[in-house]
Design a protein around this ligand. Sequence first.
Ligand SMILES: NC(=O)c1ccc[n+]([C@@H]2O[C@H](COP(=O)([O-])OP(=O)(O)OC[C@H]3O[C@@H](n4cnc5c(N)ncnc54)[C@H](OP(=O)(O)O)[C@@H]3O)[C@@H](O)[C@H]2O)c1
Length: 260
Amino acid sequence: MQKTVLITGASKGIGKELALLFAENQCNLILTARSGDRLELLKEQLESRYGISVYPVVKDLSRPGAAGELFREVKEKGLDVDYLINNAGFGDYGSFADTPWERYEEMITLNITSLTHLTHLFVQEWKGRKRGRILNLSSTAAFQPGPMMAVYFATKAFVLHLSEAVGNELKKDHITVTTLCPGPTSTYFGEVSKMNASQLVRNVKIADAREVAELGFKAMMKGKSMIIHGTMNKLAPFGIRFLPRKWVTRLSAKVMRRYK
Ligand SMILES: NC(=O)c1ccc[n+]([C@@H]2O[C@H](COP(=O)([O-])OP(=O)(O)OC[C@H]3O[C@@H](n4cnc5c(N)ncnc54)[C@H](OP(=O)(O)O)[C@@H]3O)[C@@H](O)[C@H]2O)c1
């Protein structure tokens, strides 16, 4: 039977690549983001190319209550979701004190609250039927504090810890929770987050969004708990385990400093 996937942030970047991958694998898609025009275009292209059904839902998940609305709209359409991909997220490069509070409020609501709420709503439904897979987008930012992107790094640490704990609880219910941790990847993220101004993006290889999406897709299908993209990205979280936390933060501050 054809499966259905709900992907947040499916209009661009890694989320769009994930949508293409699920379409290639004959899944029906519920695609959500704020850009309705981009979602409609994807619907048109993917339905005709793959003979699947695509349901665009325009939603700003940085608004309080938006995740609940999305869940209700999916139910009203009579759709049964097999896979949940919590991908939508953004960061903001700049000093903590000088960034407007409203920006952080939106980031926390999108990166943390909506992701947690959607996860909670779907696992409640899935517990009874004993199946379901979740892929949550975290980042290599999850493994250390990130001066100049303090709130973003902290939201991604939350995603990783939440996903690992919930995945452990749900093992007995045959529901898997996979966390994908990419490093810098070629999407709109660098522009939206202004992260292109940091030393970080000058010193690392920028990954391809399709490659990152494929890694996440495969890990989710295998029910892996966590996957990091890239060899260097894998080494860093391991190496810093042996350093005092104060040093780790200082190192991170060096990597994150402004170069322009
Ligand atoms: N690219 C990287 O370097 C990188 C590295 C590590 C982790 N990540 C994570 O990967 C995920 C995907 O990011 P990306 O790199 O693909 O960035 P992107 O190209 O900017 O795409 C972000 C997606 O999220 C959607 N989105 C943004 N704000 C939203 C909101 N308020 N409500 C609903 N949807 C919203 C965007 O669509 P609309 O604008 O149409 O709403 C878009 O589809 C994020 O969670 C990010 O933190 C990215």
